[in-house]
Write a protein that binds this ligand. Structure first.
Ligand code: MN
Ligand code: MN
Ligand code: MN
Length: 328
């Protein structure tokens, strides 16, 4: 079979690389044992923080309320909801977090276009009422809608009809993403799984691929910092950047006001987590971590299994910029 997609897609479908981070679900007796090993530096205890997730407000499959409940069940104590280009889920998530005694970090994941590449910038500790942030996200959502219709047209000209209608139905009035198309193609028996849909029909270079819209890098970071937030470069190793491009992206991100990178990421291999940690050290970025959870049916990433950040890095949640948080 010929795969037209790149090995990684970061829009709801972890594809290609399913290798999981160290750790897993351990029985209680073994967990005690592992705590002992961790004290000796021999094993990794999962972190109780996760700062990257999606709900039905964008391309996740759980409602904000169900997502927070699941996070609590998985032992998460500090959690960020970071839907794509919308903060519509934050109110419901905040109420549920209060109910459950979890700290909800208000967040968003913005799509950015830089030098012909699409990057994702997570904003954490944002004031979601900040008007320039809301105005910017509204533009991005309009562009996403145009893109969604264009994907439908391209699939139709490839002989696959009616997916736009099905995808729109699955999105239930929220934004229509490629993840909804992937599910629509499974529902229409045009793909075996969402991953299969991405590989053959929706990924870059495939018949239904349409570039995703993005804000300018400095513009998006400006919306986040203007809203009192911290801009985090999401999954820096997931864009397929070459050795030449990776330093250029990290430098441009820092110069534009970005403060942190995701060091531990749900789809990273252990080696990629180590490499990201090294990048944070080299460039002086704060460190964040997140599974990029999209729901129980979407691949191998689960909540509550991320290893903790390396102890020498400054976690994004301990940074004084948090005191600039004007909302909560
Ligand atoms: Mn992303
Ligand atoms: Mn997504
Ligand atoms: Mn994400």
């Amino acid at each position: 079979m010929i795969y037209c997609a790149v090995t990684h897609s970061f829009n709801g479908t972890p594809s290609g690389n399913f290798s999981q981070i160290e750790g897993g679900v351990w029985p209680a007796s073994l967990a005690i044992c592992i705590h002992g090993l961790a004290a000796l530096g021999l094993a990794t205890v999962p972190s109780n923080t996760d700062l990257h997730s999606h709900s039905t407000a964008s391309d996740g499959t759980l409602s904000p309320v169900a997502l927070l409940s699941h996070a609590a069940e998985q032992g998460i104590a500090r959690f960020a909801l970071t839907d794509h280009d919308t903060t519509a889920g934050l109110t419901a998530a905040g109420a549920q977090a209060l109910e459950l005694g979890i700290e909800l970090v208000p967040g968003v994941e913005l799509s950015v276009s830089w030098e012909g590449k699409i990057l994702h910038v997570v904003g954490l500790y944002i004031d979601d009422t900040h008007p320039p942030l809301q105005a910017g996200m509204a533009i991005l959502r309009d562009a996403r809608d145009i893109r969604a219709r264009e994907i439908g047209r391209r699939l139709a000209s490839h002989g696959i009809e009616d997916t736009y209608t099905v995808a729109r139905g699955l999105a239930q009035g929220e934004m229509i993403t490629r993840a909804h198309y992937a599910r629509a193609l499974v529902a229409n028996a045009q793909a075996k799984s969402p991953q299969d849909a991405f590989r053959r029909l929706l990924g870059r270079g495939c018949p239904g691929y349409v570039d995703s819209p993005g804000a300018g890098l400095a513009e998006a970071i400006g919306w986040i910092t203007g809203a009192g937030g911290i801009a985090v470069l999401a999954h820096p190793l997931a864009y397929g950047l070459t050795r030449l491009w990776l330093p250029l992206v990290l430098t441009a991100f820092g110069e534009a006001g970005g403060r942190a990178i995701e060091v531990v990421y749900g789809n990273n291999t252990p080696a990629q987590n180590r490499k990201s940690a090294q990048l944070a050290r080299e460039y002086g970025f704060l460190a964040s971590l997140g599974a990029d959870y999209h729901g129980p049916k979407l691949g191998g990433v689960r909540l509550g299994e991320l290893p903790a950040l390396p102890a020498d890095l400054e976690p994004v949640w301990q940074h004084p910029a948090r005191s600039l948080d004007v909302t909560k």
